[in-house]
Design a protein around this ligand. Sequence first.
Ligand SMILES: Cc1cc2nc3c(=O)[nH]c(=O)nc-3n(C[C@H](O)[C@H](O)[C@H](O)COP(=O)(O)O)c2cc1C
Length: 173
Amino acid sequence: MNSIFTRRSIRRFEERSVEPEKIERLLRAAMQAPSGKNAQPWEFIVVQDAEKRLAISKMSEYAGMCRYAPCLIITLANMDYNTDNGIWWVQDMAACTQNILLQAVEEGLGAVWLGFYPIQSRIETMRKYFNLPENIVPYSIVALGYSERKNEFIDRYKPERVHFEGWTKQDKQ
Ligand SMILES: Cc1cc2nc3c(=O)[nH]c(=O)nc-3n(C[C@H](O)[C@H](O)[C@H](O)COP(=O)(O)O)c2cc1C
């Protein structure tokens, strides 16, 4: 089974820090994502400092684990790289975030995607904290680290959601 099938959201972490070469591979995976018109609109802030992690953990009611995750990768969209009047960047950033999660599994790490975009209050708090210019939009945080909890397969395949050759309404199973 590959990382797509075993990836799970991991929210509890050991104190052990993540090796710099692993962090680089996560960022390489992020930048390998597909993007509309190959715009590659992403930027990243890597945070390991405990004080900053504590501050970030308070930026969303669902981000409490940032305090304990040894490494945070904040994904940001740079609107200067945006093409086509900005219609694809949200998908680009989602693909980029997912790549980080999948590479984390490959690296023997646990990770969780924390949503920031499109919640304006979270975006503005983050923007103020890092003094980000207007063209930079905080998109997501991946909180990651070593974990005792393993990435574990759960089967989510629902054949009734698949429609071959056209729309077929089936009874729920
Ligand atoms: C756009 C998005 C935003 C998310 N935001 C949060 C979050 O703020 N806090 C959190 O603990 N999990 C967050 N998650 C993780 C989901 O809760 C998780 O993926 C889902 O429950 C399925 O579980 P799994 O990842 O273990 O398969 C988010 C996931 C996505 C895709």
